[in-house]
Design a protein around this ligand. Structure first.
Ligand SMILES: [Zn+2]
Length: 218
């Protein structure tokens, strides 16, 4: 009697079912970060404001340190999500692109917000992804102190690793309030960053199609 080798299961997350659903493996995406101590953050925010000569004794400012602490805690706490991939049964091999995904993040140099949009695309390999998940991946990496260049690359690298497509492209255009509200006060200026991997980098036709569709080529 021939003994069959144990069937390989594509479990990514330990809690995923032993028998994968037809949809494919599910990856629970949770941001690993330190614990948030809201009380300590509130006390520090009050001291911070006082050190800047802003009194928190008036009725309308009394709650400000607490609101500051909760606001930043929210900005640094991405929602966990499940990433399920599906077999690319139809052999779809054209570009899949989610355009104008909202980006909101906080620059790690000044802790001031930057906001903009992301265009995220990929050339499918063996598996495809729900389109809404592309936005979730962007949010996942945006909800932390960031620089735009790293954010762009992290989204692209993450998709390359977990989806193994034939190519990935990420373009982010954002306005940084540390540039528009202070310093050079370059009101209306925006910063554009892009990361192209695989065929979207090496194949001229795929690359120009992606950049044209995102508007980054103009
Ligand atoms: Zn900044």
């Amino acid at each position: 009697m021939t003994e069959l080798a144990p069937r390989a299961t594509a479990r990514i997350h330990p809690d995923a079912p032993e028998e994968p659903a037809p949809a494919g493996p599910t990856l629970r995406v949770v941001h690993e970060s330190g614990d948030i101590d809201l009380a300590a953050a509130e006390a520090a925010a009050g001291q911070f404001l006082n050190a800047l000569g802003i009194s928190t004794s008036s009725e309308s400012l009394r709650g400000t340190p607490g609101r500051m602490a909760r606001a930043y805690a929210e900005l640094f706490s991405p929602r966990p999500f499940d990433l399920t991939t599906f077999p690319n049964d139809e052999g779809y091999d054209e570009l899949v692109l989610a355009r104008r995904i909202p980006v909101r993040s906080v620059c790690e140099h000044h802790l001031l917000p930057f906001v903009g949009t992301a265009h995220v695309g990929y050339l499918p390999g063996g598996r495809i992804l729900g389109l809404s998940k592309l936005a979730r991946v962007v949010e996942h990496f945006a909800c932390r102190p960031q620089v735009q260049e790293r954010l762009t690359k992290q989204v692209a690298d993450w998709l390359q690793t977990h989806l193994e497509p034939k190519g990935v492209g990420v373009v982010i255009e954002a306005e940084h309030s540390c540039m528009t509200l202070r310093g050079v006060q370059a009101t209306g200026s925006s910063t554009m960053t892009s990361t192209l991997l695989g065929l979207l980098r090496s194949d001229a036709r795929s690359r120009s199609e992606f950049l044209a569709l995102t508007g980054a080529a103009s």
